[in-house]
Write a protein that binds this ligand. Structure first.
Ligand SMILES: Cc1ncc(C[n+]2csc(CCOP(=O)(O)OP(=O)(O)O)c2C)c(N)n1
Ligand SMILES: [Mg+2]
Length: 317
C-alpha cells in the first residue's frame, strides 16, 4: 500500500516539480548576505541594489499587501546611500551620536529602507519576513515607536518627513555645530504637499548645507502620471528657485547617483551654505519588467507566481 502511494505521488508530482519547488523556495527565502558601507565601484552597488530588490519582493509577497513600485524604483539610490560610503553609520550601533540621519519622507516606500537596513546588518534579514504582520517592528509605514534600528522618525503622512529632516539638520548645524548630515527622500507626487515647500524654504533660509534632499522622480503616483493628477513640474526650476544646489541624476546608474551625492558632500565640506537637491530620474518598479513604469504597481504586492517570476528576472540582472 505504501509503495502504491509513493508511486502515485511520484507519478502525480514528477521530480522536475520537486526541483522547481526547492529552487523556488530558496529564491523566496532570505539569505544572510550583508554589504559593507564604503566607496566602491558601480558593480558592487548594483549587486547591493539587486539584493535589496529581491528582499523587497520576498517581504511583500509574505505580507500580502504593501508598496512594490516606489521601493523597487529607488533601490539603486538606497544602495549608493547605504553602501557607497556616503552616509556615516554603524550598523551595530544605530544610536551612535555621530551618525548621519536618513528620513524616509515617502513613508509608504518603507520596504526599500527596511531592506537596505537589513542588508547593512542593522537587524537580521529574516525579520524582513515580518513586514506588516501584527506587532512587527516593520510596520507598513515606519514607526519610531517600533525601535527598529535605523528608523529615525515615523513617517507616512506625505510632506511631514522632510520637515522633520530639516529640523534635524537645523539642530545639527545651528545648535550642536556638528558636521552630521541629514538625508531625506521624498516622492515626486509628494511634492504636491505644501509643507514640502515650507521645509525647502527653511532649509535654504537657514543655509543648511548639511541637508540633502533626494526626490524620487518616477513620474508616477498613487493613481496616475504626475502631470495628469496634479502637475508639479518643472521640479528642477522649483528646487533652484527655493535655493537648492540642484543636480539631476539617472537614478538607476550608480556612478551618476554617486556624482549627485558628491555634489552634496562638496557643498557641505566647502561650507557653501546651500542645501542640495538630487532629482533622481527613476522608473517605478524598475528591475521587474511587468511592473516597470506602471503606476498600477504603486501600492500592491506581487502574487506568489508574480514574486517567483520577479525573483527569476532579478537573478539574471
Ligand atoms: C498627506 C498624505 N496624503 C495622501 C497620502 C496617500 N498617499 C500615499 S502614497 C501617495 C502617492 C505619492 O506619490 P509619490 O510620492 O510619487 O510616490 P510613488 O507613487 O512614486 O511611490 C499618496 C497620495 C498620504 N500618505 N499622505
Ligand atoms: Mg512618484
Amino acid at each position: 500500500m505504501l509503495q502504491f502511494v509513493s508511486l502515485l505521488v511520484r507519478t502525480l508530482f514528477p521530480q522536475r516539480s520537486t526541483h522547481m519547488d526547492t529552487a523556488t523556495k530558496q529564491s523566496l527565502d532570505f539569505n544572510t548576505t550583508t554589504f559593507p558601507n564604503q566607496r566602491t565601484d558601480a558593480q558592487a552597488l548594483k549587486a547591493a541594489a539587486n539584493e535589496i530588490r529581491r528582499d523587497i519582493i520576498r517581504s511583500l509577497v509574505r505580507a500580502g499587501s504593501g508598496h512594490s513600485g516606489g521601493p523597487l524604483g529607488s533601490a539603486d539610490v538606497f544602495a549608493a546611500l547605504y553602501f557607497g560610503g556616503v552616509m556615516r553609520y554603524r550598523p551595530e550601533d544605530m544610536h551612535w551620536s555621530g551618525r548621519d540621519r536618513f528620513v524616509l519622507s515617502a513613508g509608504h516606500m518603507a520596504p526599500v529602507m527596511y531592506a537596505a537596513l537589513a542588508n547593512a546588518g542593522c537587524f537580521p534579514k529574516e525579520e524582513l519576513g515580518t513586514l506588516r504582520k501584527f506587532n512587527t517592528r516593520l510596520q507598513g509605514h515606519p514607526g519610531r515607536d517600533m525601535h527598529l534600528p535605523g528608523v529615525e522618525t515615523s513617517s507616512g503622512s506625505l510632506g511631514q518627513g522632510i520637515s522633520i529632516a530639516v529640523g534635524m539638520a537645523m539642530a545639527d548645524k545651528l545648535v550642536d555645530h556638528s558636521d552630521r548630515r541629514v538625508f531625506t527622500l521624498t516622492g515626486d507626487g509628494e511634492l504636491q504637499e505644501g509643507s514640502v515647500w515650507e521645509a525647502a524654504m527653511s532649509a535654504s533660509h537657514f543655509k543648511l548645507d548639511n541637508f540633502c534632499w533626494i526626490i524620487d522622480n518616477n513620474d508616477c503616483q498613487i493613481d496616475g502620471r504626475l502631470p495628469e493628477v496634479m502637475n508639479v513640474y518643472p521640479i528642477v526650476d522649483k528646487c533652484v528657485a527655493f535655493g537648492f544646489d540642484t543636480v539631476v541624476v539617472d537614478g538607476h546608474d550608480p556612478d551618476d547617483i554617486m556624482r549627485g551625492f558628491d555634489v552634496f558632500l562638496t557643498n557641505q565640506a566647502n561650507g557653501t551654505g546651500k542645501p542640495t537637491a538630487i532629482v533622481a530620474k527613476t522608473y517605478m518598479g524598475h528591475g521587474v519588467s511587468f511592473m516597470n513604469d506602471k503606476f498600477e504597481w504603486h501600492g500592491k504586492p506581487p502574487s506568489h507566481d508574480q514574486a517567483v517570476a520577479a525573483l527569476e528576472e532579478l537573478a539574471k540582472m
